[in-house]
Write a protein that binds this ligand. Sequence first.
Ligand code: MN
Length: 204
Amino acid sequence: MATDDDRLREYRGKRDFGRTREPSGREAGAVAGPRFVVQIHDARRMHFDFRLQVGDVLRSWSVPKGPSDDPHDKRLAVPTEDHPLEYEDFEGVIPRGEYGGGTVIVWDRGTYEPLSHDRRGRPVDFAESLERGHATFRLHGSKLRGEYALTRFRGDGERGEENAWLLVKKAEGHAAAHGTPDPRRARSVTTGRTLAQVAADDGR
Ligand code: MN
């Protein structure tokens, strides 16, 4: 059976999605599952927000340097408050003086497969694996693809600055790693815009 990728090969072959704002058709993906989104947030300090749908909320981590597809990069991820599912669509300007004031773009999004298992290799509930402080999952995004792990190395599970996790890509095959692009040059996966363009469009 033809996959979505096969059916859209011609459409995608004609387009450079770094230049056109047309959809790449990779959003929903062939793999169903809970959603993930990575937003770039030009707030007081530039950071990436990494969010995984768990039940009816987006569990969230602030990742100062952003997720990397290089397995050698161990990226600090500080837990933040749960966000509503609709937040995956949010791109625009949060007014100055408001919480998180600054510009947000949707850098990547898609679905993920929970992969968490116990020491004997048996699958465990994903939410429970997060409570225990170690969760593994496979991302199916437009930019981020493959297996990642979130591991708590400091704190007791409550949210806040005293809690710290690492977000790390698992080494797989010989896929070329790109690290993380410069957040000021990165483009929205949904609209193709940079932070500066969103600020100009929405900030007036
Ligand atoms: Mn943020």
